[in-house]
Design a protein around this ligand. Structure first.
Ligand code: CU
Length: 129
């Protein structure tokens, strides 16, 4: 047990391992996409701490999670950044997409940019503080 504790202490001293741990501790925040809502509509996130957005599409049609300014301001690893195209993450019918990021403080607009979906109710906000 003591040896195990020592290994953890050594791992904490190592730079790259520490960076890895930061993401391992990410809080998972689930957001449900349906026709035509986001649940929750207002997403509250802690500023400066890693979170994993688990976006799941519980409907028979495709949707996206569009929040250009939110994604632009966030710190993201390349693999996660690649999931954002034109400020939006596409989530096909029945699919789940996880996006890791460290959000920056602010209030951001959220919507689905598929034709008419914003007007039909797919809008919300992201509050990071
Ligand atoms: Cu939509």
């Amino acid at each position: 047990m003591r040896r195990f504790a020592l290994l953890i202490a050594l791992a904490a001293l190592a730079g790259p391992a520490q960076a890895q741990d930061r993401w391992a501790d990410a809080t998972v925040v689930s957001v449900r996409l349906t026709s035509f809502d986001f649940t929750p509509e207002e997403i509250a996130l802690p500023a400066g701490r890693p979170v994993v957005l688990r976006l799941y599409n519980d409907s028979s049609g495709g949707h996206n999670f569009a929040a250009r300014d939110f994604f632009r301001a966030a710190e993201m690893r390349p693999a996660d950044r690649a999931k954002v195209v034109n400020g939006a993450v596409e989530v096909r019918s029945g699919a789940t997409v996880e996006v890791g990021l460290v959000p920056a403080a602010g209030r951001y607009r959220l919507r689905c940019t598929h034709t008419f979906h914003t007007a039909l109710g797919m809008r919300g906000s992201i509050l990071v503080r």
